[in-house]
Design a protein around this ligand. Structure first.
Ligand code: NAP
Ligand code: ZN
Ligand code: ZN
Length: 352
């Protein structure tokens, strides 16, 4: 076992504080990673505050959050073939899965029907709690480790491991590309990656944000249009306009209002996870043969494809790098939609 420094929530709603715990020694298929950076995803806040306890089997405390992990390989097990010491690697939202069910065989490990081992707030195959990336190092089976783009900075790529893939996967699945009108609702960590990736895929991208405060940034990132949803006439003007809407909002909102913005056969894909359930009127769907769908991150193969795509198109995240001592303050700013556009923790700060 190897002692690891990190930050944890000791109970739901407690602020994060320093925490020392044990990681396993690398086994024959494992890669040991020195964590350099870890992004702060809104899901970290939901989980460390126990907001998903109604939906998860359990919330496990102390909880070390973090699933946007970027680092460097420091050791490999005897059977590791894909990675060597010194490689720049990433770890996303899960670190193992059953590997044998239909979904795992299709490369959709995030939808494993037996046991997806989430990077934190979960139990591994032996029933031990998993701890995430707000920590100095991690040990992961090589099949669940990603290769980071060589031409882009590691800190700005860390959030690709969740925010990037969560937008890339539905944009690809619902065929965003030239001639398609795509709306991104909410311009936070996920949303800003939706703009960049949607634009790189060749789609016409519109941002629907609460205000126009982020308009200049949105346009710089590749948005063709930008609207404030606080202006009611936006919902009249854009009625029936979009082929695809990706909704990244973490708060409860009226989804019917947004479904009306879809053209016939359009789809709205929910990736934001509000705490409470949202009512849907049948007319919002039936009136335009519309679909309401959801999507969760992406599988290992697709995540690697996304990282390669980002390397090729020079797409990385807009980040604010912070020392880990400021993590609680960063959480408060995320909750106020005051993040430009992802906080990334510099893990060197753990030493101070
Ligand atoms: P974030 O950085 O906080 O962004 C959310 C954005 O939603 C905000 O920046 C804001 O954008 C908008 N928003 C916030 N409150 C709102 C309100 N009351 N009404 C309307 N819009 C509001 O969060 P994130 O990290 O991108 O995550 C977003 C959600 O996705 C979270 O619920 C997270 O748990 C979930 N998530 C899901 C997956 C998945 O696989 N499905 C993966 C990662 C995260 P504007 O300022 O532009 O309005
Ligand atoms: Zn996430
Ligand atoms: Zn499986």
């Amino acid at each position: 076992m190897s002692q690891t420094k990190g930050y944890a929530a000791m109970t739901a709603k407690a602020p994060l504080t320093p925490y020392v715990f044990e990681r396993r020694e690398p086994q024959q298929n494992d890669v040991a990673i020195d964590i350099k950076y870890c992004g702060i995803c809104h899901s970290d806040i939901h989980q460390s505050r126990g907001e998903w306890s109604d939906y998860l089997e359990e919330s496990i405390f102390p909880m070390v959050p973090g699933h946007e992990i970027a680092g460097v390989v420091t050791a490999v097990g005897s059977k590791v073939r894909k990675f060597k010491i010194g490689d720049r690697v990433g770890v996303g939202c899960f670190v193992d899965s059953c590997r044998t069910c239909v979904e795992c065989k299709r490369g959709l490990e995030q939808y494993c029907t037996v046991h997806t081992v989430w990077t934190y707030n979960a139990r591994d195959k032996e029933g031990k709690p998993t701890y995430g990336g707000y920590s100095s190092k991690i040990v992961v089976d090589e099949n669940y480790v990603l290769r980071m783009p060589e031409n882009l900075p590691l800190d700005a790529c860390a959030p690709l491991l969740c925010a990037g893939i969560t937008l890339y996967s539905p944009l690809k699945h619902w065929q965003a590309g030239p001639g398609k009108k795509v709306a991104i609702v909410g311009m936070g960590g996920l949303g800003h990656m939706g703009i960049k990736i949607g634009h790189a895929l060749g789609a016409e991208v519109t941002v629907l944000s609460q205000s126009l405060k982020k308009q200049d940034d949105g346009k710089r990132m590749g948005a063709d249009h930008f609207y404030a949803t606080s202006e009611p006439e936006v919902f009249t003007k854009l009625k029936g306009y979009f082929d695809l809407i990706i909704n990244t909002v973490s708060a409860n909102m009226d989804w019917n209002q947004y479904l009306n913005l879809l053209r016939v056969d359009g789809s709205m894909v929910i990736v934001g996870i509000p705490e409470r359930e949202t009512p849907i009127g049948a007319f919002s769907l039936a009136a335009g043969r519309r679909s309401l769908a959801g999507s969760s991150i992406g599988g290992i193969q697709e995540t690697q494809e996304m990282l390669n795509f980002c390397g090729k198109h020079k797409v990385a995240c807009d980040i604010e790098v912070i020392p880990i001592q400021r993590v609680n303050e960063a959480y408060e700013r995320v909750l106020k939609s005051d993040v430009r556009y992802r906080f990334v923790i510099d893990m060197a700060s753990l030493k101070s």
